[in-house]
Design a binder for this molecule. Structure first.
Ligand code: HEC
Length: 99
């Protein structure tokens, strides 16, 4: 029984350590990372300053709305240009810069 507790305790420690690491790396909702992703994936249609081009200006969109647009691909916008954490980072960047 004592041995079992050690095993459980040990893996909980490991999990906690992993969690800390990813938080330090800042790989969720990171506007700085989002800037590069925006330039690669969105700028060609939404413009240098998000003031629009082929796509509309991105003023006033919340991060949630941007993630939804990325997933669904409204109109002629391609869906899933970026996914998961990358989508969230771009969305955080759009909300911060233009929202
Ligand atoms: C190939 C051109 C193109 C690219 C690349 C593109 N978009 Fe779009 N986007 C559009 C067009 C066109 C619309 C308008 C669609 C419509 O409503 O008919 C649009 C609409 C949107 C909207 C508004 C959605 C709404 O519901 O009003 C958001 C937000 C958006 N794009 C974000 C992004 C982000 C973030 C990226 C980069 C990951 C991106 N777009 C890449 C063409 C593009």
């Amino acid at each position: 029984m004592k041995k079992l507790m050690m095993v459980i305790g040990g893996s909980a420690m490991l999990l906690a350590a992993c969690g800390d690491e990813s938080e330090e790396a800042g790989d969720t909702m990171d506007p700085a990372e989002g800037e590069g992703l925006y330039e690669e994936n969105c700028l060609s249609c939404h413009g240098d300053d998000m003031d629009g081009g082929t796509g509309p200006a991105l003023d006033g969109y919340s991060a949630d709305e941007v993630v939804t647009a990325i997933e669904e691909g409204p109109g002629t916008m391609p869906a899933d240009l970026v996914e998961g954490e990358e989508a969230e980072s771009v969305a955080a960047y759009v909300e911060e810069e233009a929202g």
